[in-house]
Design a protein around this ligand. Sequence first.
Ligand SMILES: [Zn+2]
Ligand SMILES: [Zn+2]
Length: 361
Amino acid sequence: MTASTSRAVVFRVAGQPLQLEEFPLPELKPREALVRVDFCTLCGSDLHSMLGHRRVPTPSVLGHEIVGCVASVSTEQTPADVTGRTLAVGDRVVWSVAACCGECDRCRRGLTQKCRQLFKYGHESTDSRSPLSGGLAEFCLLVPGTAVVTLDETLSDREVCPVSCATATVAETLRGCGELDGRSVLIFGAGMLGLTAAAMSRWLGASRVIICDLAAERLARVRDFGASETILWSDLESQPTTGASLDVDFALEMSGSSDAAAAGLQHLATGGELVLVGAVSPTPAVPIEPEQIVRRLLRIRGVHNYTPQSLQQAVRFLTETHHEFPFSDLIEQTFPLSRINEAIACAVESRACRIGIDPRK
Ligand SMILES: [Zn+2]
Ligand SMILES: [Zn+2]
């Protein structure tokens, strides 16, 4: 028997328990597909939304790191994946966090993640096209303009699930760095983004990968993800400001800390680049000395979400390296949809890299 409704977890008010509700499955319009959600991981920004650190439309169905199987496709203008292959029922897929129009000025400039008519999975009001726009549900509706990547069976759900936010964001970050072969990278934050960035930097040939974090226990496993050196934030901070630069080619701020962003600038080599990725909720200002930027030929770049090429690159990276790096260990616990509030509490208290939700349970 085919389902006619889908359970979904609805977020209404920050700090309040989320509720499991039931919605009818939508009638598909041209270029749409319906996906059965097999796994969804709670991203840090989901937690920021739930705790009220950032504003999202409400009521909404959160969750944007999702893997699933195509349950139905529109027969009129059947959608295709990023390679142009038509989607079919049963295809195992991941897809971009943002869907874009492909026609506005930003889309034409390649800034598809900032489309003027942006649709973001896990960030839409239930009044938009369908309430089923997030991963904390049994089904999710894929709308036109979504970059879909078809998967084979190589990667497990746990390995691949974070690809549509964390891994693709890291791919976008490092694609913007250019050639990494033989270069040095300093990463702030040993969470999902930082560990993924360490592993991907190595994959791309970086010779020196340093991870800095506040907590020694978070640094304990970074060598499993390719880091060549670790440094505690307190040790980095206590270094005198002159003559003690780590002299790295790239500093990747993935913790959201303004102090880390400032330290990143300080530890860049001449010609280096600071990339800001982690600050997805409001943060204090960082002092910048323009003369330092000028004389040391420094660059500062921001990364938010990604383009379809980075999602493809991220899937390629996981496929090639999942035997080398223990990605599935980063999903520290899994809960069914019905225990979502326990899952959130666990994610907040344990500071786990990821908590998984399995809607099939
Ligand atoms: Zn657009
Ligand atoms: Zn995310």
